[in-house]
Design a protein around this ligand. Structure first.
Ligand code: G3I
Length: 354
């Protein structure tokens, strides 16, 4: 692969990220957890030095919240803006952290120029070109890719239900297998994941969505697609019981088919939980404990990531704020980077890294 020329901007980003390495490497590694990672943005790393330190203290992997998505990566049909994701990879590699990719295909957040795609041939060309270029750019340097993110609709009346998106409108549901095969051809060693949310709780909505995810997985396996893992996002609803038996049975069946199961975006939506921090943190930790017990009943987890590390940086502030306007507390560390019961729960389900 021809090395990509590095622009001045890329150099600056990489230098900044590597600078984090020096600042962060001072953090004690005493509690770094094998297989535990957190989602992060380059903006957040640059805004708050304690974030890099905390990542180095607890994590062995990161995943970019945003920088590998179509929106930031593809400013135009002819351009790939890798420098911000490259800077996060430089931060990871400079701190002996792994990095996973999120995501190659998603129904959401497509750049405006994709509205000019008007045929199946053009859709296939753009989808394949994107995956080939991005997966090749990071070949051999990522642990896994969320190849297709959230392919199941929120309401899945039948197991055959699939979410409509730009790609399915032109290619039908074959876009999913095409994405996996294209990613595998571009990087044969990276683990390829289908990633989904809202399959962890009790209730018909979640059970139906889990059944549709199961159907998709078996359709891909029956087609011989290079699928290696199922990603359970685990954006848990704080006040809705975890379907322990349903999740354990699902995970056992996936593992029985030779697939890994990853927890990819763990956090707890606390909009409907008590305001008092101690009470809320206890419920959050109990939900996390319940889902991790369910997921690990068949076998230990080797990949567990939270969608952020500190309450200071959570998507919920913008997207799922509490009615009482009290800050959300969905993550393992509080806004001052102090561990909460959530982190103790993670430590019970992970091992200290060597
Ligand atoms: O980085 C820019 C910044 O430069 C700019 O000033 C700012 C204001 O416009 O926007 C920043 O980008 C935002 C980005 O998050 C990083 O903070 C985007 O506008 C915003 O749309 C983006 O939202 C993210 C969302 O996915 C869409 O990509 C959320 O942070 C992120 O938490 C959310 O994550 C998703 C997973 O990918 C899939 N599973 C569900 C999960 C939560 O929705």
């Amino acid at each position: 692969m021809t090395p990509m020329p590095i622009s001045r901007r890329q150099f600056v980003y990489a230098a900044v990220a590597t600078g984090f390495a020096a600042a962060a490497s001072a953090a004690p590694l005493v509690r770094r957890r094998k297989g535990y990672g957190a989602a992060v943005t380059l903006d957040d790393l640059q805004a708050e030095p304690r974030l890099a330190q905390a990542i180095n203290q607890y994590c062995t992997e990161i995943v970019p919240v945003y920088e590998l998505k179509w929106g930031p990566l593809r400013p135009s049909r002819d351009a790939f803006a890798f420098e911000r994701a490259d800077a996060l990879l430089a931060f990871a590699e400079g701190n002996r952290l792994k990095m996973r990719g999120h995501n190659l295909v998603w129904y959401y957040g497509l750049p405006d120029w994709t509205k000019d795609i008007h045929s199946a041939a053009e859709a296939e060309r753009e989808l394949v070109h994107h995956i080939e270029t991005v997966a090749s750019h990071y070949r051999g340097r990522l642990t896994s890719w969320d190849v297709v993110n959230e392919p199941i609709p929120d309401w899945a009346p039948t197991p055959e239900a699939r979410r409509d998106c730009l790609w399915s409108s032109f290619l039908g549901q074959r876009y999913i297998e095409l994405a996996f095969r294209t990613a595998h051809a571009a990087d044969p060693d990276v683990r390829l994941v289908v990633n989904e949310y809202d399959v962890e709780h009790v209730g018909p909505r979640f059970e139906k969505k889990r059944a549709a995810l199961r159907r998709l997985v078996f359709d891909l396996l029956d087609a011989g697609a290079p699928l290696h893992a199922v990603g359970l996002q685990c954006h848990l609803r704080g006040a809705t019981p975890i379907d322990r038996d349903g999740v354990s049975a699902f995970v056992a069946e996936m593992r029985g088919e030779g697939l890994d199961v990853y927890v990819t975006e763990l956090d707890v939506i606390d909009q409907d939980l008590p305001a008092a921090p101690a009470a809320r943190d206890a419920i959050v930790a109990a939900q996390v404990e319940a889902v991790l017990e369910a997921v690990t009943a068949p076998a230990p987890l080797d990949t567990l990531l939270t969608w952020g590390l500190s309450d200071r940086f959570t998507w919920m502030t913008q997207t799922l704020p509490r009615a009482d306007h009290i800050p959300n507390r969905p993550l393992p560390l509080d806004a001052d980077f102090q561990p909460k019961p959530f982190m103790a729960t993670i430590e019970r389900f992970t091992r200290a890294a060597a």
